[in-house]
Design a protein around this ligand. Structure first.
Ligand SMILES: [Zn+2]
Ligand SMILES: [Zn+2]
Length: 306
């Protein structure tokens, strides 16, 4: 049976709450709850002697045992080692600030655990177990996280306005589609949400492609920007940036960015009839999206706007 702790991903809770919700102990980085069939892992980044590192969305989690070589016997290292087959679910918390436990969701072993030499707290070398952990995407993506969505929309518009204000960018004619997939950048994790890197030059180039008109209908009424002699339209990522985890390539690419008037941009995010807009834009862009490695059906895209 799957245990649902009912904690929002990214939420910060206390040590007492962890104990109460999971029915586990209140000490150590690995806490087994037999009652719920889970293993709670705490990656405490404030502790000097356990070096857990994130790399390419994998957390290299150091096993338990402070003294001597770590072993895989009679402890939770073994539970974790066998977690892909013993049915024990892994719930991960990160501590970035003392006493604040941020819930990251359910994790699983992404690769074979391995041994590594590390210094212990007395400065002596010893071998420790490293467990490569990956968060489970389906449960981790808070798909209807409207706050995150709003942050992303705002970011796009602000970035461009700022860029034009600083005069650091010349309005250029559209420089063409890339036509090939673009490597994606890693997301920046803030305390409770994730920001996906976007390039304002790419957004501006996409707006230039549409000749600064609304791509739903180029006759939509627009106004002139206060800091540049072009119409004000907003860049919208048709496949939303917050779904970056589900693609191997960057979503921040001209082929995926639509120039919209403020009315249509609000409608596509907040309107009852948004699926009509999404369908039209999808039909316009599906081929281009595919050419840059963003392979998606209309049904899948609609899901992202539910
Ligand atoms: Zn948008
Ligand atoms: Zn419009």
């Amino acid at each position: 049976m799957i245990f649902n702790p009912n904690i929002e991903i990214g939420k910060i809770i206390s040590n007492d709450e962890i104990m109460r919700i999971f029915k586990c102990g209140n000490m150590g980085g690995m806490r087994r709850s037999k009652a719920n069939g889970v293993l709670v892992l705490i990656s405490d980044q404030t502790k000097k002697f356990y070096k857990d590192n994130w790399k390419d969305n994998i957390l290299y989690y150091t096993g338990m045992g402070k003294k001597g070589d770590q072993v895989l016997k009679g402890n939770q290292n073994l539970t974790l080692y066998e977690s892909n087959k013993n049915g024990v679910e892994i719930h991960l918390f990160e501590v970035l600030k003392k006493k604040e436990y941020t819930y990251r969701g359910i994790a699983h072993l992404a690769a074979e655990p391995f041994m590594e030499n590390q210094k212990n707290f007395e400065g002596e070398m010893r071998s420790v177990w490293i467990f490569p952990l990956e968060l489970e995407k389906k449960r981790v993506c808070v798909l209807n996280d409207s706050k995150r969505n709003e942050i992303n929309i705002e970011l796009d518009n602000l970035l461009i306005d700022k860029e034009l204000n600083e005069g650091s960018f010349d309005i250029q004619p559209f420089s063409g589609y890339q036509g090939t997939p673009k490597a994606k950048k890693e997301a920046v994790k803030q305390n409770t949400y994730t920001i996906y890197y976007r390039d304002k030059k790419v957004a501006l180039n996409a707006l230039a492609h549409a000749e600064y008109k609304c791509e739903v209908d180029k006759n939509h009424k627009l106004f002139i920007r206060k800091n540049a002699n072009i119409f004000y339209t907003e860049p919208h990522h048709l496949v939303p940036m917050e779904y970056s985890d589900q693609f191997d390539v960057s979503l921040d690419i001209e082929e995926n960015i639509i120039s919209l008037c403020s009315h249509c941009h609000n409608e596509i995010h907040y309107g009852r009839d948004r699926f009509r807009l999404i369908k039209d834009l999808y039909e316009m862009r599906a081929k281009l999206l595919k050419s840059v490695g963003i392979d998606i059906t209309l049904e899948e895209l609609n899901q992202m706007y539910k």
